[in-house]
Design a protein around this ligand. Structure first.
Ligand code: IMP
Length: 175
């Protein structure tokens, strides 16, 4: 591939992502057999992972979406806001939140708190990437695609200032 000015290096290839997403889909389908889970996609970063993961789910399930915002450039603002809430009630449902990356954990901590009193039967997190070394609050995703170091990554849904979400791989952003 030709050198790209925004790319330090490719961290996870398209093929590695495909394989791992298929594994996660099989694992979740086994764990939730007979439970008709509700998959909640977090816009916008989680959407490409969500679309690929859902096609690897082999059991009955439902889809819904939320949009949260907290980032500006490569820095978390620390203040999370709900831009779009769920359309469906989650009362009595087994909810699986599908997110691109857990970094400080502040976004998912906010989300778990905002869903806590809505009566779900269970809530688990599935994230493609986990950056545990940067955690500020305790958030433990049950399903993790890849654990990565503290680097700013782009591609496969992840952006830098709303660019590069369309890259088919995950790369380290060149500052
Ligand atoms: P947290 O609240 O710090 O855990 O961050 C969660 C959100 O920040 C993710 O959903 C991403 O949208 C964004 N984010 C965190 N790390 C990165 C990164 O390395 N690249 C792009 N976006 C990131």
């Amino acid at each position: 591939m030709a050198e790209q000015p925004f790319l330090e290096r490719i961290l996870i290839s398209q093929e590695q992502i495909k394989q791992r997403v298929a594994e996660l889909g099989r694992e979740i389908s086994t764990d939730y057999k007979g439970k008709k889970p509700l998959f909640v996609g977090i816009l916008r970063g989680g959407i490409i992972f969500y679309a690929d993961l859902l096609r690897e789910i082999s059991i009955d399930c439902n889809m819904d979406f939320m949009s949260l915002s907290s980032y500006a450039g490569t820095k978390s603002t620390g203040e999370v806001r709900t831009m779009l809430d769920l359309r469906e009630s989650i009362k009595g449902r087994h909810v699986v939140i599908v997110e691109d990356i857990v970094d400080t954990g502040l976004t998912l901590d906010y989300l778990m708190k905002s869903l806590a009193d809505r009566g779900a039967a269970s809530i688990e997190i599935c994230c493609l990437l986990d950056k545990p070394c940067n955690r500020k609050v305790d958030v433990s995703p049950k399903y993790v695609g890849f654990t990565i170091e503290n680097e700013f990554v782009i591609g496969y849904g992840l952006d830098y200032n709303e660019l590069y979400r369309n890259l088919p791989y995950i790369g380290v952003f060149k500052k």
